[in-house]
Design a protein around this ligand. Structure first.
Ligand code: F0G
Length: 419
């Protein structure tokens, strides 16, 4: 019930602290926000969500970046590396090719560590500091580990990252390494890493900063808030649709929550909420399967493979939050091939926008849904690109042209150019 777009705002329970509390999305059990370290509902094991007694409207937002939206967040600014306020790019070639009314690309690769994860970490690590934990940890396909390592370093907390061995792009491992995290290369895929880190968190060995952590998703809500404000300023209206890559479905959940809260505060009409449209790689598409089959739950894919290693995930843990988001906003989900992803990566690069493969899935998905006429010509669309080109230099180089060896003198270079 609480996941409906028209669900009324909840009243604060006695456990609320300064109008903030945690609630289970399945059984509505409520908890004090900062008393104990919990990641899932102690009663039923369901996912937790942060709730607020007072929800802001657009007039309440001031400043820039993630913390412009502190009235929609559970803590005050603390651990920050100036995240958010990312560009919303025009992409005229892709706009005319796909034939939609407006097309913009929200490039989250322009965050401090090169992905949207920074938005979640500035909030999640601040909560960790407040709780007084001493060791942070995450499982990761790479970007979460890069972000956590930077925010862990900034907050002077020990950081442990569990990565699927051999399946993380070079730029991301380099970031975790230089920021000083302990990197455990696990013999298994991302889902195995997450199983292990959840066990470590439940047994009190680490504080978990994957998107199962409800505070992290609060920071990621600000992607949705920024898109609404920027798109309104640019085009005079809110977007009809946001197309985004899906891995663990944290962003899909966070954007839906941002919009639900704006509806609850009266800042947004229900029919103004953008249609959330998720894109997965064909080799890792359990969310698409659930949406296509009309299921309320996903079936875990044990075997996953895609060039877009960031979204090489078979068990999206946030599906119970994300599936209602896709359904309630009138969105959908679609799977694209690795070649379609690389084509989209090249097309974005041709417009000067450098992204990693998973990010390009959003544009590949838009193309496919336009061809199927699921997305209409009259739509105002924003594609989310989640990570920077430099995250995965190997895939970028493979998708681009090869360097040409030339002699070390001008004549030789000119001969080569003329030849
Ligand atoms: N795009 C990129 C570049 C990512 O790194 C991720 C997730 C996603 C999309 C999917 O986002 O999970 O919110 O649906 N990366 C995680 C990680 C799993 O470990 O870095 P989601």
């Amino acid at each position: 019930m609480s996941m409906k777009l028209d669900a009324p705002a909840a009243n604060a329970p006695p456990e609320a602290e300064d109008g903030v509390w945690l609630s289970c999305i399945d059984c509505d059990h409520t908890l004090a926000p900062f008393d104990d370290v919990v990641f899932t509902c102690p009663e039923c094991g369901g996912l937790l969500e942060v709730r607020y007694a007072d929800l802001p409207t657009f007039e309440d937002f001031e400043g820039t970046g993630v913390w412009r939206y502190d009235d929609a967040l559970p803590v005050e600014m603390g651990v920050t590396i100036q995240e958010g306020n990312t560009p919303l790019y025009e992409v005229p070639e892709l706009e005319s090719e796909t034939g939609v009314d407006h097309l913009h690309v929200k490039h989250e690769g322009m965050n401090p560590t090169g992905s949207f994860k920074d938005r979640g970490m500035t909030v999640g690590v601040q909560v960790a500091s407040r709780l007084g934990v001493d060791r942070l940890a995450c499982a990761s396909t790479g970007n979460t580990s890069a972000a956590l390592s930077a925010y862990g370093a900034r907050s002077e907390l020990e950081t442990l990252v569990l990565l699927p061995a051999g399946k993380v792009a070079a730029g991301k491992v380099a970031q975790a390494s230089l920021h000083g995290a302990r990197i455990l290369e696990v013999d298994g895929n991302f889902d195995t890493c997450l199983d292990i880190v959840q066990d470590l968190a439940t047994s009190g060995h680490v504080y978990l900063l994957n998107s199962l952590n409800p505070f992290r998703l609060e920071g990621q809500k600000t992607i949705g808030l920024e898109i609404l404000e920027q798109c309104q300023e640019r085009t005079g209206e809110f977007p009809d649709r946001i197309v985004l890559p899906v891995g663990n479905a944290g962003n899909t959940s966070a954007l839906y929550k941002a919009f639900r809260e704006l509806v609850q505060s009266g800042a947004l009409d229900e029919d103004e909420v953008p249609k959330l449209t998720g894109v997965q790689a064909e080799g890792a598409a359990p969310m698409v399967e659930a949406v296509e089959e009309g299921n309320d739950e996903i079936n875990r894919w044990e075997s996953v493979e895609t060039r877009a290693t960031a979204i090489r995930i078979g068990n999206p843990v946030n599906a119970p939050k994300a599936l209602p988001g896709i359904r309630e906003t009138g969105g959908t989900a679609v799977a694209v091939s690795d070649d379609q992803i690389t084509d989209a990566q090249r097309s974005l690069a041709e417009e000067g926008v450098g992204v990693e493969p998973a990010s390009a899935a959003s544009v590949a998905g838009l193309r496919k849904l336009r061809e199927q006429d699921v997305i209409g010509r009259d739509e105002n669309v924003v594609c989310l690109t989640t990570g920077h080109l430099l995250k995965d230099p190997d895939e970028a180089a493979a998708a681009g042209g090869d360097p040409e060896p030339v002699p070390g003198d001008t004549e030789g270079v000119l001969n080569h150019l003329d030849g």
